[in-house]
Design a protein around this ligand. Sequence first.
Ligand code: SF4
Ligand code: SF4
Length: 349
Amino acid sequence: MNSYNIEKKDMNILLDRFLEDYKVFGPTRPGADSTFDEITSIKQLHLDYTSTVLPPKKFFHPPKETLFSFELKNDKFTTKESIQDKKILILGIHPCDVHAILKLDKFFSTDFSDTYYQNRRKNTVLVAINCVEPSEHSFCSSMGTGPYLDEGYDILLTDIGTKYLVEIGSKTGQKLVEGVNLRKATETDFHEKERRLKLMEKKIKKFMNTTWLPRIARENLDHEVWLDLGEHGGVDGSFPCLSCGSCSLVCPTCYCYDVYDTMDLSLISGTRNRELDSCQLLEYGEVALGDNFRRDRKDRIRHWMLCKFGAAAGGKNSSCVGCGRCIRVCPSKIDLTEVAKVIRGGKQR
Ligand code: SF4
Ligand code: SF4
């Protein structure tokens, strides 16, 4: 695949090219925090952000959506699906978030193909950017999801000083830069990229030892840490889990959802909807007749962490990319890297 460079001051030319074909979303900074918003001018774009509050998951698996509407006519139900087919381009997505999307791709296509997700994914172009500064909570290097990215993008940008290195990852990416007067990347550009990513890796302060972690987690289902987290608090100064579900909502890989219908008063038409759910919430484990598989908070937080440690679903895949968002938002200061350390006897590296 081809590689180019572009002066930072000329980025508006590249953005204008993207805007010709796509609705563009990128990191903006409306207040203290960064967020992915629609971009129509280069002035709105803040590519040097560390992390956004909500991950780009919202573009593929939105917090709330209508799946289809239905109507009873002549004793027959007719349905109309709400397929969204607008073409969008996400500009400035970080390596860990690209990896999270690859995990969602797998989930929404392995045992069943989710048309709604697939359709949005098919219509989206990913223009990734390597991080220059890690967030204080991220541990992507432990999860193998950063700071290096070698898959999942259409175009990859790297800040190399006064320029960006522009690496093409797909035919769509190549088509997008054709007609834009980019210069061919040089060996010096790649050396500078390497130097900056190595520097970036050294700046990462948080780690999680994942060696045998799924197995260690499964062997420690009765560890006192779960009771501490659920009832007492006390893991490296944290408080008990409040079951607020914030960690799930901000997690780029949490995919669980609830499906429910709403009916018109006439009872002849309505909509089927879905919204994000969280295994941290009490209602998640509720079954018919009011029983609940995970009534205790310790069971819910254990379940969530086992999933993140790769110990759920046969232990094959960790559903964590080390973005650190859950640590940042947790009102009880619960940090899954500290919990991992406790269950493996206090050692992190
Ligand atoms: S954000 Fe913290 S307090 Fe809230 S459910 Fe998650 S671990 Fe518990
Ligand atoms: S579990 Fe936490 S650190 Fe891991 S991907 Fe989810 S939000 Fe990021």
